[in-house]
Design a protein around this ligand. Structure first.
Ligand SMILES: O=c1[nH]c(=O)c2[nH]c(=O)[nH]c2[nH]1
Length: 296
């Protein structure tokens, strides 16, 4: 006899834009985000016996996403996500958990004639600031994971990879100097918060951690004499844990986006390998994929 093992539902890809206008200076500040909100609870009968009386319509969930963005600050996204998730527990007795994901897109203020423009912005890359917040009953409180996704980086030297297993499956040559490129997906998990008030008190921690993680990622990527993606990402995790006491875990998921040397010696003896390598072939795939999570 089948039974519902797990279920959650809600609205995904809700695009939200919020502007704040400083009447005194005329300066406007904008935030654009994409929100997903999924609910769990005593909703089994909606699946098993077509009982829609337990269903908060996904259209209503979408409306709530807009209303909470109007009622509360959307920055930092951690606080907005906590307010939104907690709302569903407060409003609906049969909902036991609300999972909110917020993806914040970049709108960076333009500098025009050397001065910050009051109301014009540009998209300076596909990098996003991501937050996943879950509010749950039973003393679980609010759990929050923050992150950076889609920060594409490359270093043209300062990366090696040697000493790996060599056997009958190995063709890769050891290298002491290679190109290293990746799309950073970094995350940091906060100690659980008792309630929204706990998220709100000391709310500066979230922007501080995001800025620290971004700087740590770039500085370590740039300055580390990398022995491997594994070792470089571990060094980044260690520093993120050291930066904020309330962070329990730090994690990275990094594709290794390969750049292959091209042997052009067949053409008039052109030297383009080893120390003479200048023209490379960037690869779309396959790529390495290296992940880790580091705890205290
Ligand atoms: O940094 C690396 N880690 C690996 O595990 C690996 N494997 C590989 O083929 N190249 C690399 N590079």
């Amino acid at each position: 006899m089948p039974s519902l093992a797990s279920a959650r539902y809600g609205k995904d890809n809700v695009r939200v834009y919020k502007v704040s206008k400083d009447a005194a200076t005329g300066v406007q500040t904008v935030t654009e985000m994409t929100v997903c909100c999924l609910l769990e609870g005593a909703i089994e009968t909606s699946y098993t016996t077509a009982d829609n009386s337990v269903v908060v319509a996904t259209d209503s969930i979408k409306n709530t996403i807009y209303i909470k963005a109007k009622e509360h600050p959307v920055n930092p996204p951690e606080l907005y996500a906590a307010h939104l998730a907690q709302h569903f527990l407060d409003r609906y007795a049969h909902i036991s958990a609300a999972h909110v994901k917020v993806v914040v897109h970049r709108w960076t203020r333009m500098t025009i004639d050397g001065a910050p423009h009051p109301h014009s912005f540009f998209r300076d890359g596909q990098e996003t600031r991501n937050v996943e917040a879950t509010a749950a009953r039973g003393g679980a409180g609010i759990t929050i994971k923050s992150g950076i996704v889609g920060l594409t980086v490359l270093k043209s030297t300062g990366s090696a990879f040697h000493g790996f297993v060599r056997d009958e499956f190995t063709t890769l040559a050891e290298t002491w100097d290679r190109i290293l490129s990746t799309d950073v997906d970094a995350g940091w998990t906060w100690k659980p918060f008792a309630d929204v008030a706990a998220v709100e008190s000391g709310v500066d921690r979230f922007d501080r951690a995001w800025e620290a993680a971004r700087n740590i990622t770039m500085k370590t990527f740039a300055n580390d004499e990398s022995a491997s993606v594994q070792n470089t990402m571990y060094k980044m995790c260690e520093q993120i844990l050291a930066a904020e006491e309330e962070i329990q875990f730090a994690n990275y998921s990094l594709p290794n986006k390969h750049y292959f040397e091209i042997d052009l010696s067949w053409h008039k003896g052109l030297k383009n390998t080893g120390k003479d390598a200048e023209v490379y072939a960037p690869q779309s795939g396959p790529n390495g994929l290296i992940k880790c999570e580091v705890s205290r």
